[in-house]
Design a protein around this ligand. Structure first.
Ligand code: MTE
Length: 332
């Protein structure tokens, strides 16, 4: 089936940051006044849910023009303001479009995110190639404001839109041998000028343990700031794994592979000493070439704050239990 082509995002259509903040403030006030009920199921303890207006994600897979059909906010312990939209979408790493931070915003318009297929293979009962609309069908989109920490020691706070990856992976019925999940990005020289250069092994690939992939914080992401994901941020489908360095959050996913053994990952293949498989945010484990103890908060221009980095990017309460039997210094 074909998916309806989404219009490009014009500046006039983007939810202004001030509007976004006002909306959040209203939500907070409404919550405090008891006007909105908190969801209370297990991992959803921290979520606010608003009544669904239209849960047909097949016809309207993405929120359009700032309208979110189903809104839940993962409140976490975010104590920073959301990073301005212009920084989230103008300062990127997407090497398929160049290695400069402004290259993706400049060149990613050649990426064609519709129609889009995702191939599922390996240790699962329901393998095959699925249209994006089938991947999204029936899932409730949520807005989750997450910290995002790049290995290069800068960070953002972003209101992502998506749904738990686990909800999708379960549908493929992974077998008992599925210990890991590997993800691949599109690899199309026609659309991605950067893949003509061997700066990384293409296609870009990443991997998680099955427990990490199934963790309720791991978000399959289709939007940000109430909008369809801009190409430079990984349209139409990317991962966000908020307790890991940003390079684990692979963009524009076309292949998901369930595996028995630990998968290869592009950055680890490029330099295993610098980029481990786990890559959990850890201020106590420096990158061989720089400290990871602090991070620069994007959005403040010359006056960007530098703040201490936190273990697991501040999500230790949620994810530390995944690593109790691992030495984080050797399994970096
Ligand atoms: N995914 C692909 N396919 N190609 C990339 O170059 N860069 C990674 C990650 N996902 C990358 C990718 C890195 S290094 C970071 S920090 C984040 O995307 C950046 O995400 P953002 O541009 O949305 O901030």
């Amino acid at each position: 089936m074909l998916i309806k082509r989404q219009r490009g995002i014009k500046t006039s259509e983007i939810t202004a940051e001030s509007t976004f903040r006002k909306r959040r403030m209203l939500l907070k006030t409404a919550l405090a006044m008891g006007l909105i009920q908190s969801a209370n199921s297990s991992a959803q303890d921290n979520l606010i849910s608003l009544e669904a207006k239209d849960s047909d994600t097949r016809k309207k897979p993405f929120p359009e023009n700032g309208q979110i059909n189903n809104l839940k906010i993962w409140r976490g312990d975010i104590d920073l303001e959301s990073t301005p939209f212009e920084d989230v979408t103008g300062y990127n790493n997407y090497y398929e479009f160049g290695t400069g931070k402004t290259d993706p915003a400049r060149y990613a318009h050649t990426l064609e995110p519709h129609p889009w297929n995702v191939t599922v293979e390996g240790e699962a009962n329901k393998t095959g190639t699925y249209a994006l609309e089938d991947i999204l069908k029936g899932h409730v989109l949520e807005e989750r404001v997450y910290r995002f920490r790049c290995v290069e020691a800068w960070s953002m706070v972003v209101p992502w839109i998506g749904f738990p990856l686990a909800d999708l992976l379960r549908k493929f019925e992974p077998t008992s041998r599925a210990n890991y999940v590997q993800f691949f990005t599109l690899n199309e020289p026609e659309q991605m000028p950067g893949v003509r250069y061997p700066v990384l092994r293409w296609p870009y690939r990443e991997g998680l343990t099955i427990a990490e992939a199934m963790h309720p914080l791991t978000l399959l992401t289709v939007g940000l700031y109430g909008q369809v994901l801009p190409n430079q941020n990984g349209a139409p489908l990317r991962l966000i794994v908020p307790w890991k360095y940003g390079f684990k959050s692979i963009k524009s996913i076309v292949r998901i592979r369930f595996m028995q053994d630990q998968p290869q990952t592009s950055w680890n293949m490029a330099n295993a000493r610098e980029y481990g498989f786990y890559s959990n945010v850890n201020p106590g484990k420096d990158h061989p070439r720089w400290s990871q103890a602090t991070e620069r908060v994007l959005g403040g221009g010359l006056f960007s704050a530098r703040i201490p980095t936190r273990l697991f990017n501040g999500y230790a309460e949620e994810v530390a239990s995944l690593y109790t039997s691992l030495d984080l210094n050797t399994n970096y």
